[in-house]
Design a protein around this ligand. Structure first.
Ligand SMILES: [Zn+2]
Length: 453
């Protein structure tokens, strides 16, 4: 069904863009987040439109908005997620327009959160409002979640809702960041849709040795042993793992690029060649690192601690490592991979403060075809491929409730505008025309999902 008449779209786009500019003006930098004023503003819009939002405060100032548009219940709900918080925008002098102004200029709407991800919060809002205003009969409830605290680990946002209010958000599918944006490669236009996320597995490596006085050399000191382990982690590679989601991603990319590039990319599916190709053949080093991260568990030593005094050899030295796991991998798997590299004589322990598990959906889930069809209807050049996010989002939390989460927040970018650079970078901005394109695709997709799918 058509959600809007052809003549009504421009009005909706203007409303969305004005709302997005206003939402950007709420300074929801996390920490501290302070999402409550933005949440109240959003709830008020929902109320004005005859909806009944709930404001849920996970901690003072850390508010989440949940709103449900009721359907017949013939099918389970669809959840639309967006986070209200943003990362900081330090060094405002590096911005062309002030980061919290919501300035519209040069064909863009500028500001922190324009991409990550207030644009999606507003797209979700517009989808709900359009369906409500049109009085569409839904087969499924549509749930809107505008949450706090994604940028600092989701504790007061999606994590809190999953733990404390699961019934408010339980759904068959969830849509949110990060995917559906256009990515131009070799004159082709790809739209990667996120179907998986890596898990977080932080851990410590401890080395012990004889303590002693700094005046007597000790090659067996804890610090030297630890340094050797860190050096090995930097020099040696963790093993290759091909997940079904990445297999689809690489296959789709290679088949559509064709030529030498396609030929080389296809070789990434070969465990004997992949590492060599990433290291030696791919000319774009940034791209190469991304391919590395989607085909391996990764480790990054970040915090190092040892002695207190310059003249005392400490008995213990420790490094904290940010480990990331591919779907299907366990922390034990990673510990074994690390032991294989650093050898014996170390104590490894996982740090249990972060319990974010990997998220992986079937790249052949029927919903994927809906995304693909709706994108192609508005952009016949669209090539839609699944992809794996090496970080995590609210999606990893929702997946714990069995919600099938997909990063689908469509957006047509201007070639040369790198989507990832806008995230957390200076001069974050969204192209106005591309946002209108995305809003239309998104509203048409959501309408299909709640009425026909
Ligand atoms: Zn985000």
């Amino acid at each position: 069904m058509e959600i809007l008449k052809e003549s009504e779209w421009e009005g909706l786009f203007s409303e969305a863009i004005a709302d997005l500019a206003e939402l950007i003006r709420f300074k929801t930098v996390n920490p501290p987040g302070n999402e409550k004023p933005a949440a109240e503003w959003l709830a008020e819009i929902l109320r004005e439109n005859g909806l009944e939002p709930r404001l849920i405060e996970a901690a003072p100032g850390r508010a989440n908005v949940i709103c449900r548009l009721k359907g017949t219940g013939e099918k389970p709900p669809i959840l639309l997620d967006g986070h209200l918080d943003v990362v900081s925008a330090e060094d405002e002098s590096k911005w062309k327009y002030p980061p919290f102004s919501g300035q519209i200029a040069d064909g863009y709407l500028w500001g922190r959160g324009a991409l990550d991800m207030k644009q999606t919060v507003i797209a979700n809002l517009m989808a709900m409002l359009a369906l409500k205003r049109a009085g569409v009969k839904l087969k499924r409830d549509l749930i809107l979640a505008a949450v706090a605290d994604e940028e600092a680990g989701c504790k007061y946002g999606a994590g809190f809702l999953v733990d404390n209010h699961p019934d408010l958000i339980r759904a068959e599918y969830g849509l949110g960041e990060i995917g559906g944006f256009s990515m131009e490669m070799s004159g082709k236009r790809f739209y990667p849709i996120e179907v998986a996320e890596k898990a977080v597995c932080w851990f410590r490596i401890k080395a012990r040795g004889e303590p002693g006085h700094g005046s007597i050399p000790s090659p067996e000191s804890s610090v030297i042993k630890l340094a050797q382990a860190i050096r090995k982690l930097g020099e040696h590679k963790l093993p290759y793992h091909l997940t079904p989601q990445v297999k689809e991603f690489v296959t789709g990319l290679a088949a559509n690029l064709g030529g030498f590039k396609g030929f080389m990319l296809k070789r990434l599916l070969n465990p004997l060649l992949a590492d060599l190709i990433i290291d030696k053949v791919l000319p774009d080093k940034k791209l190469a690192r991304t391919f590395w991260a989607v085909l391996h568990n990764t480790v990054n030593p970040t915090v190092v601690r040892a002695g207190e005094k310059t003249n005392v050899i400490p008995s213990e030295a420790m490094v904290e490592v940010d480990g990331r796991l591919l779907p299907g991998q366990t922390s034990d798997d990673l510990m074994n991979e690390v032991k294989e590299i650093i050898g014996d004589g170390y104590e490894l322990e996982t740090i249990n403060i972060n319990r974010i598990g990997a998220m992986a959906q079937d790249p052949h889930d029927p919903i994927f075809k809906v995304f693909e069809r709706r994108l192609k209807a508005r952009d016949p050049q669209a090539i839609v491929i699944p992809w794996l996010l090496v970080g995590f989002t609210d999606g990893s939390y929702y997946a714990r409730l069995g919600i099938k989460y997909f990063g689908f927040s469509p957006l047509r970018l201007i070639p040369g505008d790198n989507f990832q650079d806008g995230f957390h970078g200076f001069n974050e901005r969204i192209p106005i025309e591309g946002y209108k394109f995305g809003l239309r695709v998104f509203l048409e997709t959501v309408t299909e999902l709640v009425t026909e799918f």
